[in-house]
Write a protein that binds this ligand. Structure first.
Ligand code: NAD
Length: 373
């Protein structure tokens, strides 16, 4: 066994030895968390497109994956490609740029492409990857509106490839435990969800503040966590949306780039949600679920972790495993073994969020309650 794989193996044994006594709940048994048994089955070979800050985080996390392996890169910056080739041992024949990446179609060493570029590029890039016959993992938000998201779902279906969205929280152990408790009735009837998501954004020249590349502002980037959090925590689809936008800095946050939006949902059961999405406040990373018999509280709730969570029954003590490592192993299992996640992470799930975000923007603009079908 090579030194690095031996180290990984030993780390996994240690992690599982620590994890076993304190990990509880059926939800967790479904996750491909580290085990002491070395994996010898097929591996999903992934090329990362967009070697920026999150792409680098995913690449690093993938070094500890069991079922997924980084085998290629797609980038417009030759110096970054060289750096990644050395760091991650990527052969020249698996390196592409934005002009020639359609050629991955002829590369048997790449099964899937993970798109980690600015939001507005996700749709055209997904369409090209699908046409090349490779599976797509696409970062959130999947697109800049629901129509584009649906076009991506349709294109992947037509090409007979899978489409997954980089929803790492949908596969996070404490999140899944709270969802299990809610499904098992441990909170009683779910009544209320609060999701507070935000941070103070820096550099005014970054793509996140460029409407054309980002498709919006804080809502697309961070508010989306409260949107899908509300759905999986309450366990229903909202039927109406109201929203209010405030802007304190119209120079930094231009037309179409939201700074702060408060939004509310109503659900068929009568449950309600109240959320905040912002690019101008720090320390906003909190979920709260209230039911007739109990509650759950997460803070931090969607950051890179460790996530902290407690319920009326006490603190959740599940071990922290790097989110992106779990995500990539889980997505590999979904693609290679047809594994079904507890909370869906597919393109259709992404479209549901995009439809709600479209409705939030409309409600904020018109000041009217928007009905969702
Ligand atoms: P980033 O700016 O650090 O990286 C973006 C990369 O895209 C860069 O390497 C850049 O060179 C490349 N790129 C290609 N074409 C470009 C163009 N026309 N303009 C600008 N850059 C271009 O951004 P990031 O933080 O890595 O975010 C990338 C995506 O990942 C976004 O969709 C974001 O929402 C998502 N993201 C997800 C998470 C998560 O936790 N799931 C966290 C961070 C970012």
């Amino acid at each position: 066994m090579a030194t690095s794989s031996r180290r990984n193996f030993l780390q996994k044994i240690t992690a599982s030895a620590i994890a076993l006594p304190i990990v509880s709940g059926a939800a967790l048994e479904s996750l491909a968390l580290p085990t002491a048994i070395p994996y010898q089955g097929p591996v999903l070979r992934v090329a990362i497109m967009g070697l920026g800050s999150y792409g680098t985080r995913v690449a690093d996390a993938m070094q500890s994956c069991t079922m997924a392996k980084l085998t290629g890169v797609i980038s417009g910056t030759p110096s970054k490609v060289k750096e990644w080739q050395t760091k991650y041992n990527i052969p020249e024949k698996n390196c592409y740029n934005y002009e020639n990446f359609d050629d991955i179609k002829n590369n048997p060493d790449i099964d899937a492409v993970y798109i980690i570029t600015p939001n507005a590029l996700h749709k055209p890039q997904t369409l090209r990857v699908a046409k090349a016959g490779k599976h797509v993992i696409c970062e959130k938000p999947m697109a800049v509106n629901a129509a584009d998201g649906q076009a991506m779902v349709d294109a992947c279906k037509k090409a007979n490839v899978k489409l997954f969205i980089g929803y790492r929280m949908h596969l996070e152990p404490k999140t899944l435990e709270i969802v299990r408790m809610r499904k098992d009735g441990e909170f009683g009837k779910a009544l209320f969800f609060q999701g507070l998501c935000g941070f103070k954004i820096g550099d005014p020249n970054q793509w996140r503040l460029n409407q054309k590349l980002a498709g919006g502002g804080a809502m697309m980037d961070i508010g989306i966590y409260a949107v899908n959090g509300a759905r999986y925590m309450i366990g229903e689809e909202p039927t109406w949306v109201t929203a209010q936008e405030t802007k304190t800095d119209p120079v930094k946050f231009k037309e179409g780039v939201d700074e702060t939006i408060q939004f509310q949902f109503g659900f068929p059961s009568g449950a309600v949600a109240s959320c905040l999405s912002t690019y101008s406040m720090n320390n906003l990373d909190r979920f709260f679920l209230n039911g007739e018999k109990g509650y759950a509280e997460m803070q931090p709730s969607t950051g890179y972790g460790p996530i902290k969570a407690k319920t009326h029954a006490g603190e959740l003590t599940h071990i922290h495993v790097t989110h992106q490592t779990v995500q990539m192993d889980e997505m590999a299992a979904m693609i290679l073994q047809g594994k079904k996640p507890i909370i869906p992470v597919d393109g259709e799930e992404g479209v549901k969020d995009m439809k709600i975000i479209d409705a939030i923007f409309l409600a904020a603009k018109t000041g009217k309650k928007v009905a969702l079908k």
